[in-house]
Design a protein around this ligand. Sequence first.
Ligand SMILES: *Cc1c(COP(=O)(O)O)cnc(C)c1O
Length: 383
Amino acid sequence: MHFIDLVTQQTRIRADLEARIAAVLDHGQYIMGPEIDELENRLAEYVGTRHAVGCASGTDALLLALMALEVGPGDAVFTTPFTFVATAEAIRLVGAEPVFVDIDPVTFNIAPPLLDTTIRRYMEESAAKAARGLPAGRPRGILPVDLFGIPADYDAIETIARRYGLFVIEDAAQSFGATYQERKACSFGEVGCTSFFPAKPLGGYGDGGMCFTNDSNLDSVMRSLRVHGQGAHRYDNVRIGINGRLDTLQAAVLLAKFDIFPDELVRRQSVAERYADLLTGTPDIQVPSLPPHTTGVWAQYSILTASSDHRQRAQDALRNQGIPTAVYYPIPLHRQTAFRDLNHPPGAFPVSEDCASRILSLPMHPYLEAAEQKSVAAILGRL
Ligand SMILES: *Cc1c(COP(=O)(O)O)cnc(C)c1O
C-alpha cells in the first residue's frame, strides 16, 4: 500500500504531462516561460484572488509575503508551534520573532481564543518594556496554518487581526483546494501562500509555490522580490530580493496535474468519508472532523491515538502488514533546537505537545481503495 500514490496519477495523465513538457523543450524558455503566466492566471481564477505569483517553494512563498509586508527585526508574528518548520523559519529568516499560540485539539489549527489573549498579553508586555526604555517587540501579523488541509478559523482570526491592526498571511501549503465559508483556501488575509512540493495535494515534480493576493501593490512587490528586487528592467535593482522564481517546467507539470485536480478532490473527500465511516467508534481513536462550513483537501488524514505507546503499537501493526504511516509532527516547533533561544520550557504549549505525542497520519491519496482502507481499519480495531 502507498502512503501517497503518485504513480497511478501519473499513469492517468502521462500523455498530457509529456505534451506539456515537450512544449517547454520546444520553446526553450526555461525561466519565466509562458506556462508561468498561464498557471498563475488559472490558479488565481480558481482561488478567487486578483493576483497569483508563482515562486520556487512554499517556504519562498511565505518569505516573499513577509518581505513584501516589510516584516523585519523588532517585529512579532503570531503563529502555531504545531506545523512544518518552514512556517516559523520564514518569520526568523526576515529577522522577526515567532510568537507561538497553542492549537485547537480537534482541528489542530491555531486556537482563536488563545490567539486573542496572547496578542493582548504581548502588547501589554511591550508597552511596559517601552515605558522603561527597553527594546519592545512590535506585533505585526498573524500567520495561521491550514494544517493537514483543513482551513483555520478565519472569521475569528480576521476579527482579531482587525481588532489589533495586524496583517494575516495564510500558510495554505497543505490546503490548496479546501474551502471555508464558501471561500477557497489561499484567499484569506493579505497573502495566501501555497506549496507544490510533490506530496502536497497539488504537487509538481520538484519544488514550487505560489502567493495569492488581492492587493496589487503586494503583487507587484512580490513579483519584484522573486527576481532579486528587480525594478523597471533586468539590471535595475530597487530592493533586496531573492532568486525565488517558479521553473517553467514545474508550471508545465502543474498545468497537466491541475486538469484533474477537481476530480482528485472529490476522490480525496470520499476516501476521507470512508475512513470516518470505518474508524468512528474504534476504541481510543479520534478521527478528524471538519468544522461547520469547511471542506478539507486531506493533505494528511491524521487520527489521534490514545498515547504514544498506543501510536507505536498502531504503527508497528500496520507496518507488519505493509501499510506505511507517518507522524506529522513529532516535535512542536517551540521544542526544536533551532528555536531554543526562545526559551520555551516543556509544557509551554500543552495541546501541541500532547497532539505531537499521539498524532498518526494514515495512507491518504485520491486513488486509495475501499479494500485498502478496510484493512487499515481492521488492524487499528484489533490493537
Ligand atoms: C510544505 C509546507 C511548507 C513549505 O513548503 P515547501 O514547498 O516545502 O517549501 C510550509 N508550511 C507548511 C505547513 C507545509 O506543510
